[in-house]
Design a binder for this molecule. Structure first.
Ligand SMILES: [Zn+2]
Length: 440
């Protein structure tokens, strides 16, 4: 009904950094560890129970008992415990639907620390300064966060525009809050801008078919052909990272078997994580700015349908049939994953929709090997990955390889080759051991 009035419901997340005191950080860590323990208890319970007794009600009863029996689980607010339960059952559902692997235990140092705040009204958000907001975190209290976006709170909040919940997440740079925001917005006018094809370039992070490349001014590939993991760090930070990694490797080599990781080594790991998180934040920032600019400028955006997990997998091959050129391919794959192509496409999808444009995906075999001038496919035309030279004797076109691929992508869209969205993402990575009762 709302869409008839020219309004559309939009749901999005907004992430902000929290300013916590050391004591609050410790309290948050305790909550996250309690949430992880709760998950592990649930998983142990699930494995122990016969199939017929694995119901949501029984699980709820089990976690209530666990909260009574184990002291430190009480650090976790009841609502957050309920959220763990919900997420755990959803994880099995995702597995049965073939979207994910089956859930497992969460290790202390290998899982992301997070706590859910499922209800928006618990948050009581207030803006207190041009740059600061205050949010209420259950069992912690009022905490400041960076106000970097206009959020629907206070008088601006109503049943259509509000914050429906949040999730606290810790990365290498500390605790963040990710708000779940719901708004009702005007349907945008159709975007009259031009069409553009985009290729996830090997040499250019985003190559556009009209030649306006989106570059971040950082070499995507290092001269030695190594991964481009650290390109978002400056020389000083890179040197520091290298030093820390050497230090960590050295300390690890001195550790005796079964000895606990020392505090000092943990500290070094934390410092490495912080630098990595910094690099990730910068790359996401660049992606946001670039995709917004693209969505503003172009009415129709066409991208290549890449299946990144499959590509990485096929390069590695299986034990019986090892993949060929594994090293070269893995370098390429790393570079693609590094550019986080999937994330770029996700951003483009919702941003083009917001500006009234559309995003199309084309199935794209040979886009990098086909000549965009004559259409001739030459495996190996891509001489050194930077320049494309056509091997067709009547054509002989040569130019930037990424630009060539982007032009091919746009051409495929213009001739009507658009990927039909498959019903559900049926990417079965590994069959679940435990199937729902109905499936047997
Ligand atoms: Zn040609």
């Amino acid at each position: 009904m709302n869409s008839e009035l020219g309004l559309i419901k939009r749901q999005f997340g907004h992430r902000a950094r929290l300013a916590l005191s050391p004591a609050e950080i410790r309290a948050m860590d305790d909550q996250a560890h309690a949430a992880r323990t709760m998950w592990n208890c649930l998983h142990a319970w699930w494995q122990m129970m016969p199939k017929s007794k694995r119901s949501l009600a029984a699980a709820d009863q089990a976690i209530r008992q666990a909260r009574g029996d184990i002291d430190f689980l009480a650090a976790l607010p009841a609502q957050a415990a309920q959220a763990v339960l919900k997420t755990y059952f959803q994880a099995w559902k995702n597995c049965w639907d073939g979207r994910a692997d089956e859930p497992g235990f969460k290790a202390r140092f290998r899982s992301v620390m997070s706590v859910d705040i499922p209800q928006g009204r618990d948050l009581q958000i207030k803006r207190v300064h041009r740059r600061w907001g205050v949010v209420n975190i259950p069992k912690i209290g009022r905490v400041r966060f960076r106000w970097s976006k206009d959020l629907p709170v206070g008088k601006k909040a109503n049943s259509d525009n509000r914050i429906t919940g949040a999730r606290l997440v810790k990365d290498g740079l500390g605790w963040h809050i990710a708000f779940r925001v719901q708004t009702l917005e005007r349907v945008p006018e159709p975007h009259q801008g031009p069409e553009v094809g985009i290729d996830a370039g090997v040499n250019l992070p985003l190559a556009l078919s009209d030649g306006n490349h989106q570059d971040h001014g950082r070499a995507p590939r290092l001269p030695n052909g190594d991964s481009d993991r650290d390109k978002w760090l400056n020389a000083e930070e890179k040197a520091k990272l290298l030093r820390l990694e050497r230090q960590a490797a050295h300390r690890k080599s001195l550790r005796k078997p079964k000895e606990k990781t020392s505090r000092r080594l943990h500290r070094t790991y934390d410092q490495i994580r912080a630098l990595r998180a910094k690099a990730t934040r910068r790359s996401i920032d660049w992606q946001h700015k670039t995709t917004t600019a693209l969505a503003r400028q172009y009415g129709t955006v066409v991208v290549e349908q890449l299946n990144i997990t499959n590509m990485v997998k096929s390069a590695r091959g299986t034990i019986e049939e090892p993949g060929r050129n594994v090293k070269q391919k893995s370098g390429l794959n790393r570079s693609i994953s590094q550019e986080a192509w999937g994330r770029t496409v996700t951003m483009l999808a919702y941003k083009t929709a917001r500006y009234g444009g559309t995003l199309h995906k084309v199935p794209a075999p040979h886009t990098s090997q086909r000549c965009s001038a004559c259409g001739f496919v030459t495996p190996g035309s891509r001489e050194d990955q930077a320049t494309f030279a056509c091997k067709n004797p009547d054509c002989g076109w040569s130019g930037n390889a990424d630009w060539n691929a982007a032009r091919n992508v746009l051409h495929l869209y213009r001739i009507g080759l658009v990927e039909v969205p498959a019903a559900g993402r049926a990417v079965v990575r590994r069959a679940c051991r435990v199937k729902p009762a109905t499936a047997r």
